[in-house]
Design a protein around this ligand. Structure first.
Ligand code: CAA
Length: 264
């Protein structure tokens, strides 16, 4: 696993502490089957252990689709138990993605439908190419979102908008996704990965350990009451005072020079 690797349905390349993970099933527009979910799970476990990776960019192969959803040809004959198993597999893999200490950016290079929208929402930040399209089309297939859509979409864009998107199956473009807060930025398709790498470089110039603590405070805080969230924040704030980065960051400010932050 040193450096990058190739799996049946995934590629990972690591350069300058940035891992680019590409879901690679172009013939089915990068739809997620069980094998791909299992590979993503393995890949996310591996990344969260790696000290040489500070930002992860998740994208799909080709110029048309990020991920066109769960694999319908696999689901068509699946039993209720198999459907539930797929949902639980995605739950575990996407939770690893959501809670890994590294910063994760979804580079949405086209269709992000169903499970595609759902995996993008487990990333910290979504950058959409101008041709990106988001939707939760599941109710039109007689099912409901099963890889986190009913939970993460409402947390990101609010209950009313999440219900509208899930009940109508409407496809929205990148600008509309930006307007409702589903996409953080919209950039031309040709500039998508470069833009994400520039954002990654900016993030990596800050304290990586401090960012991982902030991520934990935000993620955990969103799922708890305000007082508990504030106590967690105070605890993690205190923990950050133990780091070399804190000493360097504050000393650099007082000495009027640029801080050299690196701790992870
Ligand atoms: N599963 C399996 N195969 C898929 C797929 C999917 N989700 N999406 C696309 N494909 C396959 C197509 O079957 C087609 O294969 P063939 O060439 O063998 O026929 C190939 O990818 C290319 O697709 P199209 O010919 O349909 O391409 P298009 O440009 O005409 O349309 C599209 C593109 C609008 C994305 C269309 O493919 C589409 O609507 N895909 C399905 C989207 C969808 O419903 N996703 C939700 C799945 S359910 C889900 O995700 C549940 C959950 O919550 C986890």
């Amino acid at each position: 696993f040193q450096g990058g690797f190739t799996m049946n349905n995934l590629l990972m390349e690591v350069e300058n502490e940035i891992a680019v993970v590409t879901i690679n099933r172009p013939k089915s527009l990068n739809a997620l089957n069980s094998e791909t979910l299992a590979e993503l799970d393995q890949c996310f476990s591996e990344i969260s252990r790696r000290k040489d990776i500070r930002v992860v960019i998740l994208t799909g192969s080709g110029e048309k689709s990020f991920v066109a959803g769960a694999d319908i040809s696999e689901m068509v004959n699946a039993s209720p138990a198999e459907g539930r198993q797929m949902g639980l597999l995605a739950k575990e893999a996407f939770l690893k993605l959501e809670t890994m200490p590294q910063v994760t950016i979804a580079a949405v290079n086209g269709y992000a439908l169903g499970g595609g929208c759902e995996i993008s929402m487990a990333c910290d930040i979504r950058v959409a190419a101008e041709n990106a399209r988001f939707a939760q089309p599941e109710t039109g297939l007689g099912i409901l979102p099963g890889f986190g859509g009913t939970q993460r979409l409402s947390r990101l864009v609010g209950k009313g908008r999440a219900k509208e998107l899930i009940f109508t199956c409407d496809q929205i473009d990148a600008e509309e996704a930006y307007r409702i807060g589903l996409a953080n930025k919209v950039v031309p398709q040709t500039e998508l990965i470069d833009y994400c790498k520039k954002m990654a470089a900016k993030i990596m110039s800050k304290g990586s350990y401090a960012i991982s603590l902030a991520k934990e405070a935000i993620n955990t805080g969103m799922d708890t009451d305000l007082s508990s969230g504030l106590t967690l924040e105070a605890d993690l704030f205190g923990l950050a005072f133990s780091t070399e980065d804190k000493k360097e960051g504050m000393t650099a400010f007082l000495e009027k020079r640029k801080a050299d932050l690196k701790d992870f």
